[in-house]
Design a protein around this ligand. Structure first.
Ligand code: 6CS
Ligand code: FE
Length: 307
């Protein structure tokens, strides 16, 4: 068993410890696709919001394909419904089910940034569309993605990041993703052993692996909150450990975002650090891990390619 550098869900009280990994793994002076100011902002805050990365035409294609995934997914295990309605909350492994999203994951506007920050070839640990539908889109409570990916998926180090592509306008009103700037420099351990098959509940409403209110209050009092908003076609890049969450969407306007989680090929998942068994492949790629540039990344035969 690899040394557990980030203990969580094993003790009866929470602990805030320092991050043991770099935020930007490459020498920031060398050939970055980000400006020095963008690099500095990301290193210090643990996220970076870039507006208007994709054109209106590209976004309308992405929205059309997301709608296809939403309708097709209805009865599949990788489609999660809201707890309080039949509305679709998330569809996972979009890069395996749809040619448009398979191409998007390797789009240079995304992949080259991930490869630079993680200083390695990368693969997709997880992909999804979170629909946060009008009126019915429910919260994603405060959490650090890495705490779950480490304890339940077996991700060893903090050498992964998420890219969220806004498929609809993210406004201050329709449940924008909120982040705690600078929280990625600390690791908050959580209390409470992981129940078996936890994902069957956590993807609807996360209860295990969420920071205690005292730690959250301390972090938010110290660092404040940010809720980047902007037009469809923007990209939010955030470190695997940055604390984030989002509230209910009670407006008539959906807040649908596509997410790709890029993980370094040197940080492939091993056995879970605090769960009895690994989560299914649609949540954490485990079989057939290949760099995204290896275009032989085939869609599994059981998914038909989008036209
Ligand atoms: O458990 C996970 O992997 C997912 N849960 C949340 C709330 N964010 C990251 C990821 O989608
Ligand atoms: Fe998350």
């Amino acid at each position: 068993m690899l040394n557990d550098m980030y203990r969580s869900r094993k003790d009866n009280k929470p602990q805030i410890t320092d991050r043991k990994d770099p935020v930007i793994w490459s020498d920031t002076a060398s050939g970055s696709v980000l400006s020095p100011a963008q690099e500095d902002f990301y290193e210090q805050n643990g996220f970076l919001f870039i507006e208007n990365v994709f054109s209106a035409d590209e976004i309308s294609t992405l929205r059309r394909e997301a709608e296809t995934l939403r309708q097709e997914g209805a009865a599949q295990e990788d489609t999660i419904k809201e707890a309080s309605s039949n509305a679709v909350r998330s569809v996972f492994r979009i890069h395996e089910k749809n040619r448009t999203y398979l191409d998007l994951m390797a789009d240079d506007r995304l992949a080259s940034i991930a490869e630079h920050i993680l200083n390695d070839e990368v693969y997709i640990h997880q992909s999804r569309v979170n629909f946060k539908p009008a009126f019915k889109g429910k919260e994603f409570y405060w959490h650090s993605d890495f705490e779950t990916w480490h304890t339940e998926d077996g991700m060893p180090r903090m050498r992964a990041l998420s890219m969220s592509i806004t498929l609809s306008e993210n406004t201050p009103y329709n449940g924008p993703l909120m982040l705690v700037p600078g929280s990625h420099k600390k690791f908050i351990s959580c209390v409470g052993e992981t129940p078996d098959d936890n994902y069957k509940n956590s993807l609807k409403a996360q209860k295990y692996g969420t920071p205690d209110q005292e730690s959250l209050t301390a972090m938010i009092r110290k660092h404040g909150l940010a809720a980047p908003t902007g037009p469809a076609g923007s990209v939010l890049i955030f470190d695997c450990t940055t604390l984030h969450g989002s509230g209910n969407n009670i407006t008539p306007f959906p807040r649908s975002n596509a997410f790709f989680v890029y993980n370094s090929m040197q940080n492939r998942v091993v056995a879970p650090f605090a769960a009895n068994s690994p989560r299914p492949d649609f949540l954490a790629t485990r079989e057939n891990i290949r760099p995204i540039r290896d275009r032989k990344v085939q869609m599994p035969s059981h998914f038909k390619a989008a036209e």
